[in-house]
Design a protein around this ligand. Structure first.
Ligand SMILES: [Zn+2]
Length: 97
């Protein structure tokens, strides 16, 4: 491999351990919940899920779980959850999902 490419790969390996460098602007995911499969999306810092709880509460275990998985790569606004305010702050109070 060309020496300049080796430098790029080494940089990529370092970046790969620094997920806060990346902020997701949009995602679409299939979530395999205990009671069925749901589609979870993020667009312009707004979450959506096709489950019933999301419709009534504006947040659900599916969106919250994805928020926790992707936390370092979310903007401040995308970390918010109506379930209890801020997804990253209260791990110990979170209901197991
Ligand atoms: Zn849901």
């Amino acid at each position: 491999m060309h020496s300049s490419m080796i430098g790029k790969v080494e940089k990529a390996m370092r970046y790969a351990h620094e997920p806060d460098r990346v902020k997701l602007e949009a995602i679409r995911a299939r979530f395999a919940g205990d009671n069925g499969t749901h589609t979870v999306t993020l667009d312009a810092d707004t979450w959506h899920c096709d489950c019933h709880l999301y419709e009534s509460a504006g947040g659900c275990s599916h969106t919250l779980a994805v928020q926790k998985m992707l936390d370092p790569m979310l903007t401040e606004a995308a970390r918010e959850t109506p379930l209890y305010g801020h997804a990253e702050m209260r791990d110990e109070e979170a209901v197991p999902v």
